[in-house]
Design a protein. Structure first.
Length: 261
């Protein structure tokens, strides 16, 4: 199912959970790379071509290190970030089948092989662009079996997901989300659960708490955080947070402050 044009499926996620990349400086670099540009793939068109391998969980086993042109550590927003959890253990793309990815990968390879002024900043940022294009490719290919990526690939469910991502504070009802998606209430609820893997209400509740954790890390008062993610009071927010994470938000606030000292 090809994505509908005109929907920005990723910006709300990327704006909140910034993608950061750090290119390894050598085999002894301790950054634990999870993105690899490998120069041992054979293109079906009969020419040699790079292959891109991304392992969001950080495993590097089975990678032919001798064939790696670029190795980088990519962070998709930290622990619990939706994009990190949405991707499979490994994403592997033959770049001869993905020209948009191949274009930026070619520039990245040139920067690595012929370093010039601003080399480190250039390769780090190019790796960030590579991952954004990789996410686009994963959505556009429609190969995700289920979960957030599959939901974002759906031309109608994506509208509801983006609406929740952009406005978690809104008192979304099932009817509202179905209307945004242009579907009947029943069809929307059924398709959302089958494709994304949970009900719209459960997804929204989880998204609100993910956003809340980030806001808490930013030092905002709990009452302010509660309002920003759609809770009527700090007490209601605290109860939901406790149920989800097993401890009240104040404990996370305290731990984050201690870590910053």
């Amino acid at each position: 199912m090809s994505p509908k044009r005109g929907i920005d499926r990723l910006s709300a996620l990327i704006d909140r959970f910034r993608i950061r990349a750090f290119v390894a400086q050598g085999p002894e670099d301790p950054i634990r790379p999870n993105l690899f540009l490998v120069s041992n793939a054979y293109c079906s068109k009969g020419t040699g071509m790079d292959e891109l391998v991304f392992r969001p969980r950080g495993e590097a086993e089975g990678i032919d290190i001798d064939a790696v042109v670029v190795a980088a550590r990519v962070e998709l927003g930290g622990e619990g970030a939706p994009l990190a959890l949405a991707l499979p253990r490994e994403v592997r793309v033959d770049l001869c089948q993905a020209p948009a990815l191949a274009a930026v990968a070619t520039v990245l390879r040139d920067e690595v092989e012929s370093p010039r002024c601003g080399h480190q900043a250039a390769v780090d940022r190019l790796c960030e662009v590579v991952v954004i294009r990789l996410l686009r490719h994963a959505i556009a290919s429609g190969n995700a079996g289920g979960g957030l990526i599959a939901g974002l690939a759906h031309p109608q469910l994506a509208l509801a997901l983006v609406a929740m991502h952009e406005a978690p504070e809104r008192a979304w009802r099932l009817e509202d989300l179905a209307e945004v998606a242009g579907m009947s209430r029943t069809v929307f609820a059924t398709n959302f659960r089958e494709i994304v893997g949970q009900t719209p209400g459960a997804y929204l509740a989880n998204w609100r708490l993910i956003v809340a954790r980030q806001e808490i890390a930013g030092g905002l008062p709990l009452k302010t955080v509660a309002g920003r993610v759609g809770f009527s009071s700090a007490a209601a927010f605290t109860r939901a947070y406790q149920r989800a994470y097993g401890h009240p938000p104040r404990e996370d606030r305290k731990a984050m402050l201690q870590a910053a000292e």
